[in-house]
Write a protein of this length. Structure first.
Ligand SMILES: [Fe+2]
Length: 209
């Protein structure tokens, strides 16, 4: 599997292209801000895009969905608990649920429902990687003071993330404090993941608020 991280737009958002190196079957995660840059990368790498995967429904992660999905008629995956924040539903919208595998041609990504930042936040997993959206940043966690946010749910989600393999690369939804890390390193140096790993719920809730 190969990953291309693209930092786009005024809020240091990351969009990702993920693909199977043998077949070039690919998915695009959180297409936003500068679809021309994403599409140029698809072309230069010779990728076959199969679907759009959304980590959550905030506009800064989805505002280029239709620019990449409509013409080729791609399915657009978003957990339905975030549908309420869509101004309108893009064509091809499909829900994802915890534990599902999303197929992008020969590429398969797992779905981990990780509510907290938003009720429908998900992380996508692949061998050796996890795409964490606005749930887990390098050294930080996502905001929980927004409509639909829940600090308690974020704690449970962090407990789940702390159980992922230490060598899994972390690919966050924004370039805050860094661009990538591993679950093992974040378990040591990310206060929130450390508290979740240690089962310190009360301290976690105090720290996020
Ligand atoms: Fe967000």
């Amino acid at each position: 599997m190969k990953v291309k991280q693209l930092k786009l737009g005024p809020m240091d958002n990351f969009s990702y292209l993920v693909w199977d190196e043998d077949t070039k079957d690919a998915a695009v995660l959180d297409p936003a801000w500068q679809p021309e840059k994403l599409l140029a990368a698809v072309k230069s790498e010779g990728l076959k895009l199969h679907c759009v995967l959304l980590t959550h429904g905030h506009p800064d992660h989805i505002n280029a969905v239709e620019a990449v999905s409509v013409a080729p008629g791609l399915p657009v995956y978003l957990h339905e608990a975030d549908y309420f924040m869509l101004e309108h539903r893009p064509a091809g919208l499909k829900t994802v649920a915890d534990g599902e595998q999303v197929q992008a041609g020969s590429l398969k990504l797992g779905v981990l429902h990780t509510p907290g930042h938003t009720p429908g936040s998900v992380c996508y997993t692949a061998p050796g990687a996890v795409f964490t959206g606005d749930t887990l940043f390098i050294g930080e966690c996502g905001r929980v003071d927004l409509p639909g946010s829940s600090p308690e749910a974020l704690y449970d989600s962090f407990v789940r993330l702390a159980a992922l393999p230490d060598d899994a690369a972390v690919y966050p939804g924004h370039s805050y404090n860094g661009d990538t890390s591993t679950i093992g390193v974040q378990k040591e140096y990310n206060l929130y993941l450390k508290l979740a790993r240690q089962g310190r719920r009360a301290d976690f809730l105090k720290a996020v608020l």
